[in-house]
Design a protein around this ligand. Structure first.
Ligand SMILES: [Ca+2]
Ligand SMILES: [Ca+2]
Length: 171
């Protein structure tokens, strides 16, 4: 009887040595899990930031395109008062010539039809129109003295520029 009890005790002692984890092992495992969690959280945050940045750039490109559509069918000079640069007296948006858009800021942004777009209140379209030389589009000339102009659109989100595009119009 004594012999059997002693054997059982020896077995239990031996099993206790192998089963379970030590405090050090648990702390090391917790530290590793913590580090992995921090890395995953950081990757997730960076991913979200990139998605948001991509969404803003797509929206900015779309808002610049709205201005492009707006000017496509407009004459360079006003049909009634062709010699004046900018909005003619008493005129309001939408424009009836391209130079009406010079130094205009649309906040909230407008569509190609001049109507305010919904769902884009944090964005603004800043438009400049510059006359350029017909022989060298990189050379600016006095406003209204050329049949070529460069239209530039800067799109901002909460005051920070997201994109800037420009194109040349020849009439
Ligand atoms: Ca006009
Ligand atoms: Ca005008």
């Amino acid at each position: 009887m004594m012999k059997r009890n002693r054997k059982e005790t020896d077995l239990r002692v031996a099993n206790c040595g192998r089963a379970g984890f030590t405090l050090v092992e648990i702390l090391v495992a917790a530290a590793i899990i913590g580090m992995v969690f921090v890395v995953l959280l950081e990757a997730f945050t960076v991913g979200l930031r990139m998605i948001e940045q991509s969404r803003r750039m797509t929206m900015a490109a779309s808002l610049a395109e709205e201005i492009h559509e707006m000017v496509l069918t407009l004459p360079l000079a006003d049909p009634e008062i062709p010699g004046q640069w900018g909005l003619e007296a008493g005129e309001l948006m939408p424009p009836d010539d391209v130079d009406d858009l010079d130094d205009q800021v649309f906040s909230p942004p407008v569509g190609g039809d001049g109507l305010v777009l919904t769902g884009a209140d944090d964005y603004a379209q800043h438009v400049t129109v510059t006359s350029v030389s017909a022989s060298d589009f990189a050379v600016a000339v006095a406003d209204g003295t050329s049949n070529v102009c460069r239209v530039s659109v800067s799109v901002t989100h909460r005051g920070l520029e997201v994109s800037r595009v420009s194109w040349v119009l020849v009439r």
